[in-house]
Write a protein that binds this ligand. Structure first.
Ligand SMILES: NC(=O)c1ccc[n+]([C@@H]2O[C@H](COP(=O)([O-])OP(=O)(O)OC[C@H]3O[C@@H](n4cnc5c(N)ncnc54)[C@H](O)[C@@H]3O)[C@@H](O)[C@H]2O)c1
Ligand SMILES: O=C(O)[C@H](O)CO
Length: 328
């Protein structure tokens, strides 16, 4: 049987790759930098499936060039690099990987909160550099217990963070596009965005990047936070105005930031944020455990292979153009 023609903008995990290669003739970009746009356009001319990554823009122009394309799949829950309306207009279903990374990403968001509050990375540098001379010259942190955590974007991961926060004795408030019906179970109080900024001791943001959320944390928002506030971003770098965050940290308008995502990514070694003493940055590792990345790759492969066979994608973002279950 003829194999499907598929483009991968990066290699994926071996077991998922094997499954794809069983059914597909693949073109894979294997370099660290994003695939050059002209090459991608060339490869997509006869491709039936695209296995994309967050560093590639899937937009109207790209789709207009890909006449045979019948499915796009990506191994991530966020899909801010994909023009979903353009996919839908062309009848192309897009599949992401919700659910399978929830607990892993919540662990990381909460680790950033704990790591920043107790200055874990500074303590490690302190010990390594031989500065540990007495019991009172050590880096001091702040308590979590009894403080208020504000969660912005109370979706799957936000709720998983709330469960961890509840176990640590934090009071939880949240802001979301809509109020959650189950917020009493989480013991979380729905507030408006301004109240969340003003009342929180810690803010964790897990809101998807969209036209509405781009730059939602800027100078005005940092000015409303407490001077003792800790700001944690595990969503996308572009929901924050980086210059405004730098100024807020430098002037001690807020106390501390912990970021798993930055704008841009990767962050260059001479980025001004790195000169600040009151920041902790990890390299976009929210879902980066062996188990979870493997699960994500398999779910993305499920979506890809289903779409190629004109079967319903298990996790389709634009269900109006998903294939019906059982179709040929
Ligand atoms: N750091 C990482 O490695 C990592 C890993 C996974 C996810 N993420 C990011 O986290 C985001 C959330 O993931 P999830 O699985 O919880 O998604 P989700 O869809 O379950 O939750 C998102 C929540 O945000 C709310 N929301 C959307 N736009 C909003 C807005 N403008 N203002 C307020 N609330 C808004 C939605 O109503 C929803 O409740 C992803 O879109 C992704 O960008 C990052
Ligand atoms: O959106 C996601 O899933 C992460 O940011 C990438 O793993």
């Amino acid at each position: 049987m003829a194999k499907y023609k598929v483009v991968l903008t990066k290699e994926t995990w071996p077991a998922a790759m094997e499954r794809i290669e069983q059914h597909c003739e693949v073109k894979v970009w294997k370099e660290a930098e994003p695939i050059p746009r002209t090459l991608l356009l060339e490869w997509l001319k006869d491709a039936e499936g695209l296995f994309s990554t967050g560093d590639v823009k899937v937009d109207e122009d790209l789709l207009a060039n890909a006449h045979q394309l019948r499915v796009v799949a990506q191994s991530s829950v966020g899909y801010d690099n994909i023009d979903i309306d353009a996919c839908t207009r062309r009848g192309i279903p897009f599949g992401n990987t919700p659910g399978v990374l929830v607990e892993t990403t919540a662990d990381l968001a909460f680790a950033l909160l704990l790591g920043a509050a107790r200055r874990i990375h500074e303590c490690w540098d302190f010990v390594k550099s031989g500065k540990w001379e007495s019991t009172n010259n050590i880096p001091f942190g702040v308590d979590l217990y009894g403080k208020t955590l504000g969660i912005v974007g109370m979706g799957d991961i936000g709720c998983a963070v709330a469960r961890r926060a509840k176990a640590c004795g934090l009071n939880i408030i949240y802001y979301n596009r809509t109020r959650r019906m189950d917020d009493q179970l989480l013991e979380a109080r729905y507030v408006d965005f301004r109240d969340l900024l003003q009342e929180s001791d810690f803010i964790i943001t897990l809101v998807p990047l969209s036209n509405q959320s781009r730059g939602m944390f800027g100078a005005k928002e940092f000015a409303q936070m407490k001077p003792s506030a800790y700001f944690i971003n595990a969503a996308r770098g572009s929901i924050v105005n980086t210059e405004a965050l730098y100024e807020a940290l430098k002037s001690k308008q807020i106390a501390y930031a912990a970021l798993d995502v930055t704008d841009p990514e990767p962050l260059a070694g001479d980025n001004p944020l790195l000169s600040l003493p009151n920041i902790l940055i990890t390299p976009h590792i929210g879902s980066a455990t062996y188990e979870t990345r493997n699960r994500m790759a398999h779910l993305a492969a499920d979506n890809l292979l289903a779409g190629l066979g004109r079967q319903a994608l298990p996790t389709c973002v634009n269900p109006t153009v998903n294939y019906p279950q059982g179709a040929l």
